[in-house]
Design a protein. Sequence first.
Length: 587
Amino acid sequence: MRLVLLREIPEDLNLRQRWNALVMAVDQPQAFYTYEWSLAVQRAYHETLAALLFLGYEGESLCGVAALATDSQGSQVSFLCATTGDYCDFVSAPESKAAFVSAVLTELRTQGFVRFTLTNLPADSTTLEVLEKSSKQHGYHFFARTAYECAQVCLSRLERQPAGKKLILPRARKLRRSLNAMEREAPVRFEHVRSWNAAESVIPKFAQAHVARFLATGRISNLARRDRRFFLQELAKLLSESGWLTITQLQSESNVYAWNYGFQFAGNWFWYQPTFDSSREKLSPGLCLLAKIVEEAAQDPAMKIVDLGLGAEEYKDIFANQTRKTLYVTLHASLTQHAREITRYYAASVVKASPQVERVIRAAQTKGENVIGRASGDGMWPALGWLTRRFRDFLWSSTEVFFFESGTALPQANGTKLERLDLNRLATAVQQYVGDTSTCAYLIRSASRLKDDAVQGFGLIDGEGNWLHFAWVTGFDGFFLSELKEKVEAPSGDCVMLFDCWTPVAVRGRGYYGQTVGLIAKLMMDQGKRPWIFSADTNNASVRGLERAGFQRRYSLVRQHLLWWQRIKRKVPKTYDSLSAEISARA
């Protein structure tokens, strides 16, 4: 066998045809193995992945393809499509598999690679046995563990009515009720997008809904990242050229209730990346869409399987009647690294057996990572100082919180405006600040508040739609102040409290905090409310920003605590003694 190593996927029509012909000849062809998929990955992730494309030839005949890659440091080999493909494999005719895998490992060993991570290798693939044998011959230590159990709907095993061969769908009554509820607004239809011209306008809306849906469940979608969205666009272009793209929508004239970015390939209909409109969650639009796909696939003689892909979501169990296991395979040249990999895996398995123990360990791990992050960012001595202060504050501390009332609000600055926060606006902000971990955590926290009618969220945006600052408003009376570990009472019933203000790291120091709270204060006063806000006495930047925004300090509360004992006392500046009668706090 002659082996050719390429450092990029060439844009070569001849290679594309021969590569895909080889894919169609394997036992279970997958779109993830195709030339199109690898090329889309390269186009989207070339800055972080360096392709290692191995082509095996017998004479002039292509008999093997291994689309691998190294990370940006070049220290580890993986499947090129590991983070995008639900199944990854060495593509080869069965009679050539052993020779091809051995040739690839020989070349990789020659190149000096000592570690391999091969994710989502199907457990029923012939590659597994060949890889285990070949790794020993080339000085690698082999270890495989379960990665995922991929749910599938085998269409030939679906239950049908005795007469008429009508498909019996699970939860048919619930699905019918949901569809009827949607159709009260407008007729609902089930449509497929197969061309790039149509997909180009659909994908951004799908991505926005996906990010919003994840945010509503306290997570950050991978579609918040620009490279992932670009990957789906490039993949849609390439798959549509071959007739495999199938983006499915459940929609009415004016609304799309659910999407599935999927494809049909070699008898498989793939439920690859679905989402739905979070505001319609009670109608189960995602489940309705999946039911429609299963129903249509069952009527197509060319379809054999609806593959529900990675992830153990409960809704998949409603339809699934079989699973396909994938493996996480590692190869180490170092016996020490191999032993460490096995030990880490079994230790993690023991920990996961006890959810309580897992929570404790994860919490300790998070705190440890915070300390390490501070040490690497600020230096060892500042990190030790921070730890010392945290320990001192646990034993004893005195915290003073200033309370400010809005007097005169700043006028709106040119080029910026205030927007009311909703799930879609927060999703847009996540896409803007996806690389800012602390801001993403804030946006997740914000999303969880949207269901509370007692609070309102606002954001400041510039003329280009970029988010600059965020803040929230709620009733003052009974507001829980975490700095004091107490609820506070309002001076009067028309008071509101501004809280949880946040400026993303990239735009700090530009006065957006004061500008935003000033605009919110003006809006509240226009509604007949008295806006208040608070700040720790040690936060000098916040105090200055509030004063510039027209807020005036009225009083402060001081919390003193020793271990689990605490006392709260009120302090009123002499200038505002006249207000002391209307100021109180529950202690």
